[in-house]
Design a protein around this ligand. Sequence first.
Ligand SMILES: Nc1ncnc2c1ncn2[C@@H]1O[C@H](COP(=O)(O)OP(=O)(O)OP(=O)(O)O)[C@@H](O)[C@H]1O
Ligand SMILES: [Mg+2]
Length: 345
Amino acid sequence: MLRRRIKSLIGLDIGSKTIKAVELTREGHGFVMTGYGQTEFASEEQRPDAILEVLRENSFHTKRVVTSVYGKSVIVRYLSMTRMPEEDLRNAIRYEADKYIPFDVEDVVMDSQALPDDQFHEASENEMRVLLVAVKKALIEDHVSLLHGLGLQPTIIDVDSFAVGNAFELSRGGSFYEEDSDRAIALLDIGANKTNINIFCGGTSYFTREIYLAGDDFTHAIGKRLGLDVDSAEHRKREPGEHPEEVMEAVMPSFDDLANEILLSFDYFENQFDREVEEVYLSGGGARMTGIDDALERTLSRPTHRWDPTEGIEVHEGTVDSEIVQYNAGQLAVAIGLASRVQEL
Ligand SMILES: Nc1ncnc2c1ncn2[C@@H]1O[C@H](COP(=O)(O)OP(=O)(O)OP(=O)(O)O)[C@@H](O)[C@H]1O
Ligand SMILES: [Mg+2]
């Protein structure tokens, strides 16, 4: 008898502070969340155990994982190249890679993809937009050996900021882009160590960058200002208690620094494409701070809101506690975006 192959994937977001794992299973045209877990860890050495803990203590049905890499060993470039068939693209890029990548070509793994034409400039017959991603081989090797060592099967390795874009697309449905195809929006994922910016328009990414300022910097600012150790500052950040204004005052300079960095990226995009970033969407644990949405909205002068990456995803009640998922939803953008690649199986 033929057994229907169940198609599931775990999106494993190995953050610098929190491991998040979301398993999505294809059902008809949609997805069901059939597994979920997350845990925080204190130091790099504890990361493998934290991953094992998340996977062991929650029910997952597959060992196939999609993970992502980030940081300074990951280079993303948007190129304009002479139009050519996709099969020729790789060779052409490899040939001139040293123009685009600050590393030795022998030391990186590269992937490229033709993008839809730029909506902002007159499309040229002879030019095409190309996305180039180059990742240091050493980073991929470390990453894969960590996963194999834990008995997992790495299926796809993605990049954090693209995963956030995929999750956004999934939660909004394709119609968001069709209706608003010429609106540029910015997705900001504020983690523990870094904030990812991804400027999107019509379902494609036009700009991405990492800013090394995020949730843990807010904690340090609180600790310094209020004379608290890291654990107490972390606690105060999450539950400001009777004097929330003290906490706000402590973190405001960090919010401003972050917003100013983001504005530099908006300026760059707006100059290049002659188009304004109209709206800002926040995810990531760092975006859970009370008041960060209003503070960023003031400095960025654009409507700024948190969004829910779990919207539209049915939760399998037998295996996943939907209340906990709901509580942590904003932190799951990367994990959900990674798991959404189950569509490709
Ligand atoms: N309830 C909360 N209120 C405020 N901040 C929170 C809350 N919960 C978590 N955080 C903060 O969110 C951050 C962790 O977020 P997240 O899980 O998105 O980061 P990460 O993916 O591990 O890190 P990175 O993406 O930088 O590698 C930490 O700085 C943590 O203090
Ligand atoms: Mg993260």
